[in-house]
Design a protein around this ligand. Sequence first.
Ligand code: ATP
Ligand code: MG
Length: 554
Amino acid sequence: MADYLYTLETRLSPDQQKAVTLVLDAARAAGMNLYLTGGAVRDIITGFPIRDLDFTVQGNALKLQKDLERAGAVVGDADDETRTLLLTLPGGVRAEIAMARSERYDKPGKPPQIAPSTIIEDLRRRDFTVNAMALSLNEGSRGLLLDPFNGAADIELKVIRVLHNYAFLDDPSRLIRATRFATRFHWPLEERTQARYESGKENGYIEYIRSSSIGYEIEQLAYEEDPHGVLKAYEKEGWLKVLNPRWSTAKVDTAGLGALMKTRQQMNELGYTPEVAPLVLYFLTERLGEKDISDLRRAIPRKDLVEAWKDLDSNARSLAKRLTGKEAATPSRTWQLLSAARPEMILFLAITARQQAVAQKIKNFFTKWRQVQQKIPLPEMTELHITPQMPAYPKIANDVFLLLLDGKLRSRTETLKFLKPLAPPPPPPPPPPSGKRGRGAKAAAAAAAAASGKLGAKGKGKVAAAPAAPVAPAEVKQQVKQKDKPALAAKPVVPAKPVTAAKPAKPAAVKTSRPAKASAVKKPGKRAKTAKSAGKTKAKAKAKAKPKHKKKGK
Ligand code: ATP
Ligand code: MG
């Protein structure tokens, strides 16, 4: 089973891994067994993107709420009936933690009888075989796959298969789910499942769908990679009017949705990860009336999603106002304003802004202004010992960038003139020779000479000198990894080395040169380490020399 442990560790993003640890800690503290279930397991095995984490605990999941909130989770909904928490964990990781339960359906259209259960029983109440697997996260069995319905084989076959003949009758929302998964994965329904699906459709099972399921399925649309494609499939199958009688593909702002997906991709390439779900809902329902929109909002269980959707317009208006006011009078001030704004708001405004000035500023933020980073004279800064090791470095780099942005440093000479007074004092002279004799003394002297850079021809190659390696700024890291925190924290992102000129930007698009890549981020750490270890050598030589002096003194 080691394979799944490995897959689990390699397929989850760092934030998702942290989220797993966080939930595991909470479950452990509460003495509950924890499993990764549902789509998360399916996606780990298939290799599709893991959109959210579905956990199941053997015990009451609601008991974990306080612990998780203390650890930074935002609870979007807590369902008393199924004892399920819908959460957003730090780093914007969407998660669901459900109590392992059995469900017994006595009558079609009636809610099932729910009872706490073991994980294996819980898997029996699932919708499709590919969603009815669990991965143990518990000590002793971590990475063990529980797959009583052979979902892994159906993943190989690429089919959607129900667990039993009554699946659609018991819960008609599975008809909608079947359409959603078939559209998303381009997997057909397995033959008998298809027959049951057709029969369910003909016999109007959908009339018995529970309102809570409707809300859940509306919400799920927001997280689809191709929401418009799914919506079209729903319309064709007759499910869209179930979600809202007046909803149709004609009510969708197709151009807005297309621009959203494209611009999001471009922002991702720059290291931003805006949370697009509220924006997706906005464009999917753009031409629906107020009443229908508020009905849809009421139905959605995740309240933080609804709030974000509701606030889109007013937040965008206030950002647009600030962008046309004094606060954004210069490029540097606009840069700082946009750096502190939420990426999804910038994204939303990039698509919806009516004022040319606003659209232009956002475009500059993503394209032209980023290229100014290349004008920061990194090699010269290194020569001046203005390196990321300096506590004042972030501020200096930021100041230079902002001055360059505003055209206040017009040449390299002017930039260096600005930088020189900010350089730290030169490093202290090497310690005096220890007066030791023999091999030890020679080594100590050589180390000291090496540290001061005065290595004689004789000593060359014997002791490694510690050159002041050019180090790329640590801020690059910030650009590579953006989450829900403010965009760039008003800091310039200084490239490790000059990057090639950006392609001209397309209108309303944010395409630009890529920032320094992750590989460029790692290097500085390594180099910094080398410098550090050379420092240690120096310290060691000093320490060795000291006791001898003392002895002499005695
Ligand atoms: P996604 O990638 O869209 O999140 P998912 O399979 O994880 O896909 P969720 O809606 O997150 O879907 O639900 C999590 C899991 O809960 C499912 O995989 C499935 O096992 C179970 N589930 C959800 N809805 C139903 C349902 N109506 N009937 C049975 N099981 C369901
Ligand atoms: Mg899921």
